[in-house]
Design a protein around this ligand. Structure first.
Ligand SMILES: Nc1nc2c(ncn2[C@@H]2O[C@H](COP(=O)(O)OP(=O)(O)O)[C@@H](O)[C@H]2O)c(=O)[nH]1
Ligand SMILES: *[C@@H]1O[C@H](CO)[C@@H](O)[C@H](O)[C@H]1NC(C)=O
Ligand SMILES: *[C@@H]1O[C@H](CO)[C@@H](O)[C@H](O)[C@H]1NC(C)=O
Ligand SMILES: [Mg+2]
Length: 426
């Protein structure tokens, strides 16, 4: 399996120069720099509240990627030398884990060269390699900002964008990415309200070469659903092999191919053209979110009998016989749903081989589920699930008419929330 060369970033960013030490060496002021050393970048690290799931983390990435994209295009040498360091995936709540952190790099799930066509990103292990090449045995971050919400914001109703270094609301955590060899002697709490790009004000006044932002989810989108949001989103192409696994499943069980379904994408997301004529494979796809949603959102999640009714109704209306179900439900619940459907309907579920599961973890399996849902003729998601949101976005990128995408399972017919419609912008 060939993975994209993550070092291609150096062909795409003009090469400045670096000195390790207190001072940052900027590319416009090369005279102060030792030109024989490594490229001089500033490094922006970030992490997200540990309890957040994979698909909200993808959303936080987009906010940080938009920030990194804007920094890179800034004329200010203090700002345009930043690289965004991708936080490895460890201990995700839904993925079932043991003591040792998994430290899964982003290349396991995403096509790094695609990400790099939008924002200057590198993996943490690459950063480690730079350090090692320079005989460093640990990483001491120059500055850590722990983002926190203003405490009085909601009471005062004062939602002006602002930031200030303040007293920490919680004792700061001094462990980063589950590594023991990353530390910092300079940790501050940053009360923050505003879009992620406002963090450039913080990064401008702080000359540190390595800066970590903890709880990056506190920073918001500049404009959710804007053109730049969609560029960041389109750059998040999945890893090639995961796409190939999903395509094989479509072909083998669902008689679905890009040629018949009119779901071709350009090789490079930058060449994607606006379109609304995707047909999709001859199957209905349902994302059925269960487990913690059953407890956490009892008013949104229907029982399996209602789910079976809605599937049947839609298959009849679309004159289809196949339904693909992506779900986190235990096998027992899936079997029950299956038994509630008439035998004339065929129900499909993706089950990963041991090899795929080992190589890609629960995260990769979930991505294959998401991809298969993306190519269906009609999609029904689960209300308020970020897993479903990401599928809807993927379908916008593939060019489906909105009415076959923005649908959710209903608790009952009278209490049916319509999902928000986030149309793609080019
Ligand atoms: N394989 C698979 N996993 C799922 C599915 N739905 C949820 N999950 C798992 O549960 C997690 C849900 O968390 P998250 O990504 O935060 O989405 P949300 O909680 O639905 O908003 C996913 O990351 C998956 O690990 C599904 O349809 N298929
Ligand atoms: C920190 O530890 C990890 C895991 O042991 C290792 O892979 C990495 O290279 C180390 N970083 C440095 C800078 O030595
Ligand atoms: C698969 O799809 C093609 C194209 O729509 C169609 O001609 C063919 O009959 C289908 N095959 C099966 C087995 O349904
Ligand atoms: Mg979640």
């Amino acid at each position: 399996m060939i993975f994209p060369n993550v070092l291609t970033i150096f062909t795409y960013i003009s090469i400045p120069v670096l000195i390790f030490g207190e001072e940052v060496c900027y590319r416009n002021k090369l005279d102060n720099c030792d030109t024989k050393k490594m490229p001089a970048f500033r490094y922006l690290f970030y992490d997200v509240n540990p309890s957040e799931g994979f698909n909200l983390r993808r959303d936080v990435y987009m906010r940080m990627a938009v920030l990194a994209h804007k920094l890179k295009h800034s004329n200010d040498p203090i700002l345009n030398s930043f690289l965004l360091v991708l936080p490895p995936w460890s201990h995700l709540m839904h993925w079932g884990y043991s003591e040792d952190p998994e430290q899964i790099p982003w290349s396991t799930f995403f096509d790094i060269s695609s990400l790099q066509k939008f924002a200057p990103v590198i993996e943490l292990h690459e950063y480690f390699s730079y350090l090692k090449n320079n005989k460093y045995t640990k990483s001491i971050l120059d500055k850590v900002y722990i983002l926190q919400h203003y405490e009085d914001m909601f009471e005062s109703g004062n939602f002006v964008d602002k930031w200030s270094v303040e007293k920490c609301q919680k004792p700061p955590k001094l462990r980063f990415f589950h590594y023991t060899n990353i530390t910092s002697n300079n940790v501050q709490c940053l009360s923050f309200h505003g879009p992620a790009t406002k963090l450039s004000e913080v990064l401008k006044q702080d000359k540190s070469r390595t800066i970590m932002l903890e709880h990056a989810e506190v920073a918001l989108h500049d404009m959710f659903g804007s053109q730049i949001y969609w560029q960041a989103r389109r750059s998040m192409r999945f890893n090639f092999e995961l796409r190939a696994i999903a395509n094989e499943f479509r072909q083998l069980y669902l008689n679905s191919s890009d040629k018949d379904d009119n779901t071709y994408l350009a090789k490079d997301w930058k060449d994607d053209k606006p379109k609304r004529n995707a047909i999709g494979g001859p199957y209905l796809a349902v994302h059925l979110r269960r487990r913690d949603f059953l407890r956490g959102r009892p008013d949104d999640v229907p029982d399996l009998k209602r789910v079976a009714e809605q599937i049947t109704e839609k298959l009849e209306e679309l004159e289809l016989s196949k339904v693909f179900v992506a779900t986190d439900a235990p096998q027992k619940e899936y079997d029950e749903l299956n038994s509630l459907l008439l035998p004339k309907y065929e129900i499909y579920k993706y089950t990963a081989s041991k090899t795929v599961e080992k190589k890609y973890s629960a995260g990769g399996v979930a991505i294959v589920d998401q991809i298969i849902c993306s190519y269906a003729r009609y999609f029904i998601g689960t209300s308020e699930s970020t897993f479903s949101f990401r599928i809807q976005e993927e379908r916008e990128i593939l060019g489906f008419p909105t009415k076959v995408t923005f649908n959710v399972l209903c608790k009952d017919k009278k209490k049916c929330k319509k999902p928000s419609l986030w149309k793609i912008v080019y």
